[in-house]
Design a protein around this ligand. Structure first.
Ligand code: MG
Ligand code: MG
Length: 262
């Protein structure tokens, strides 16, 4: 049986927004420091300090036994990568997934960054994956179903020749990091749970440049692509409303940093 789907009051949605916005600000602190030579562990420490300085606690640390604040997944790593001592290199991409817990509610958002100069084909993967996220959000309105979100994501990814990861999915968000319903990045229109006002969902396409298959690394955490091709991951938290989802997280702070760096 799946986890319970818990509808949120307007007050709870505002608390979720505060947590989600703090994640966006934390990712912007990471964005300032993403460059060749920096280690993912250094970035992890920046994030943890920033979150604690803002009166929250890291949402992932010690949850299910995860050792760090950020999931940092480089190149062929899809998600759940553990920060470490290996410096990022020119041409890498790194998915940074961050969660915080503040006022009893989680925020959960992810962005895939380019390190230095990245291949055109990989740049396009990042652009299309972000578009997939937007198309998923556009489908996330009251009266639609979970399958409409997955369909929108899958359609756009596969139209570009990419593989859509099946084994990992988005999720409901609230006082727990992972609530119901599951939000797959593939699906059929009109199928699955009906979307209702007050649902809060984390929508998070994981899109592979190559085939869709993934496997778990021997560290017991990191998910990698089966063919070794790069993978991208973007995630937003949204509250379901009539007509248009209310996006609670933001990439605005990240984009301001990236525009400054250019
Ligand atoms: Mg996440
Ligand atoms: Mg998530």
């Amino acid at each position: 049986m799946g986890k319970a789907i818990l509808l949120k009051t307007d007050e709870e949605v505002e608390l979720l927004r505060q947590s989600s916005l703090l994640v966006g600000k934390t990712l912007a602190e990471v964005a300032k420091r993403v460059q060749p030579g920096v280690t993912t562990l250094e970035l992890d420490e920046v994030a943890e300090t920033f979150i604690r300085d803002n009166g929250a606690v890291p949402g992932f640390k010690d949850l299910y036994g995860f050792p760090n604040t950020l999931c940092m997944s480089v190149n062929q790593q899809v998600v759940h990568g553990i920060p470490g001592d290996k410096p990022l290199e020119n041409g890498d991409i790194v998915s940074v997934d961050c969660g915080v817990l503040m006022n009893e509610f989680y925020g959960d958002s992810a962005y895939t960054f380019m390190v230095g100069e990245v291949d055109e084909a990989v740049k396009k993967l990042l652009k299309v994956t972000q578009e997939c996220l937007q198309k998923g959000i556009d489908a996330a309105v009251a009266g639609n179903r979970i399958g409409d979100i997955g369909y929108a994501v899958q359609q756009h990814a596969e139209a570009n020749g990419y593989g859509v990861v099946r084994e990992l999915v988005g999720h409901g968000l609230g006082r727990s990091l992972h609530e119901g319903p599951e939000v797959p990045n593939y699906g059929r229109r009109g199928r699955g749970a009906k979307l209702k006002e007050g649902m809060v969902l984390a929508i998070e396409p994981m899109i592979n440049l190559g085939i869709k298959a993934v496997r778990q690394d021997k560290d017991g955490w990191t998910i990698v692509t089966a063919d070794g091709a790069p993978s991208a991951h973007f995630e937003h938290d949204v509250a379901i409303r009539k007509g248009k989802a209310d996006v609670l997280s933001t990439f605005e702070y990240i984009e301001a940093v990236l525009n400054e760096k250019e």
